[in-house]
Structure formats: structure tokens, C-alpha cells
Design a protein around this ligand. Structure first.
Ligand code: FMN
Length: 203
């Protein structure tokens, strides 16, 4: 069974991003995958510092989930045109996985969802999420989802209300799950044992 980790980069409980993350997780479960959501509270870590390698229980749980997963979904509100600092900080912690047998997010599909109040910021945020996923050696899915203004509305149950938005999210999740299957088959094969480059910026 494929394992998908969903990171909700909104700091506030009950936010639209968090509700959309929960809906995406349910779609993954319906498709037969395992899905684990990390909310803003779960990801509210101190600023990442490479010179402070000690990790607490929450951080270890998060890093273990990231190391073991077959696919990732990143969801962020647009904060001044880009992803939230909370999510970026949590992704910086993935640096701890540089020496893993699958360094960083190597070979893992990464679906990206950006949510903004206005019309523009979801697109710039989506582009940045994909750049960060790529820098972590993940595979951004061809379908990314930018939900601006009314496209991000929720219905009475707190699920995405807009049928176009639901279709886009489902397509993105299908791609994550298809690639996750591929990634599972590839585990321990070609890139296993190849160490991360000394210069992570070389990715
Ligand atoms: C600090 C901050 C910065 C924001 N910057 C933008 C922005 O640049 N463009 C925009 O359209 N919305 C901006 N917003 C609105 C958020 O994108 C919007 O609240 C969020 O996507 C809605 O999701 P939420 O309910 O999960 O917070 C900002 C909100 C905050 C709190």
C-alpha cells in the first residue's frame, strides 16, 4: 500500500488549507493508499538550524513519515506571494534526510496546492512549491493546483465546493498515487546507496 504524507502549511486550525488537506487525505484513503496529514500545529517547529541537530518527538515523527513515504502533497496558503514560512521551515528540516538511502524526497511524487485570497498569489505560490519540491529531489506532478478566491471556497461540510477545483485536486492526487506506485517498485533499486552530493545546492 502506498504511503502519502500531506503537509498543511496554514498555521491556524480549521483554515481552508487544512480542510482541503483533510479532503485530499480522504481521497487518498478511498483510492486504497495510506494517508497522514501534518497540520500547522504538527509542523510548528523552531526555525531550522543545521548547527542544532537535536530533534524532539514531533520532529522525529515528521521526519520518519517523510523518509518512509511514497508520495507527498504540499498545501500552502499564499503569504505575500509565496508559501508560508511555517511550511518552508518544515521542508528545511528534510535536510536531515540528506544521508538517507533515498536522500531528501528522492524519487517521491510531490503534488502541490496553493490557496490565495486574491487572483495572483496562488499561481506564484504554486510555482515556488514546485521549485522547492524539485530542489528536494522530489518529482512535482504535472498537475499542480492553484486555488484563488472563489475556487477555494468550502461547502457546508468544509469540503472544496467548486467542482472544477475538486476535479483538479483529484487529477493531481491520481498523479501522486500513480507515481507513488512506481516509486515503491523502485525502492532499493538504482539510486539506493548513492550518497547525497556534498553540496545540496547541486541538485
Ligand atoms: C500573512 C499573510 C499574507 C497573505 N498574503 C496574501 C497574498 O499575498 N495574496 C493573497 O491573495 N492572499 C494573501 N493572504 C491571504 C491568504 O492567502 C488566505 O488567507 C489563505 O490562502 C486562505 O487560506 P486559509 O483559510 O487556509 O488561511 C495572506 C494572508 C496572510 C495571513
Amino acid at each position: 500500500m502506498s504511503r502519502v504524507v500531506l503537509l498543511s502549511g496554514a498555521p491556524c486550525a480549521g483554515s481552508r488549507v487544512e480542510r482541503i488537506a483533510a479532503w485530499c487525505a480522504r481521497q487518498c484513503l478511498r483510492s486504497g493508499a495510506e494517508a497522514e496529514v501534518f497540520t500547522g500545529d504538527d509542523l510548528d517547529f523552531p526555525s531550522f538550524r543545521p548547527d542544532r541537530p537535536d530533534r524532539d518527538v514531533r520532529q522525529r515523527r515528521y521526519l520518519s513519515a517523510m523518509a518512509d513515504c511514497d508520495g507527498v502533497v504540499l498545501l500552502s496558503p499564499a503569504y505575500h506571494g509565496t508559501l508560508s514560512g511555517l511550511l518552508k521551515n518544515a521542508l528545511d528540516y528534510v535536510n536531515d534526510l540528506a544521508g538517507d538511502h533515498r536522500p531528501y524526497l528522492d524519487g517521491r511524487a510531490v503534488g502541490c496546492v496553493a490557496v490565495s485570497a486574491g487572483g495572483q498569489a496562488a499561481t506564484t505560490t504554486l510555482a515556488t512549491l514546485r521549485v522547492v519540491a524539485h530542489a528536494l529531489r522530489g518529482w512535482p506532478t504535472p498537475m499542480g493546483v492553484a486555488l484563488a478566491g472563489p475556487r477555494a471556497a468550502l461547502d457546508a461540510d468544509g469540503d472544496p465546493a467548486d467542482p472544477v477545483s475538486r476535479d483538479r485536486l483529484r487529477l493531481m492526487l491520481d498523479q501522486v498515487l500513480d507515481l507513488a506506485e512506481f516509486s515503491r517498485g523502485r525502492r532499493g533499486s538504482r539510486t539506493a546507496g548513492i550518497p547525497a552530493p556534498a553540496d545540496p545546492a547541486g541538485v
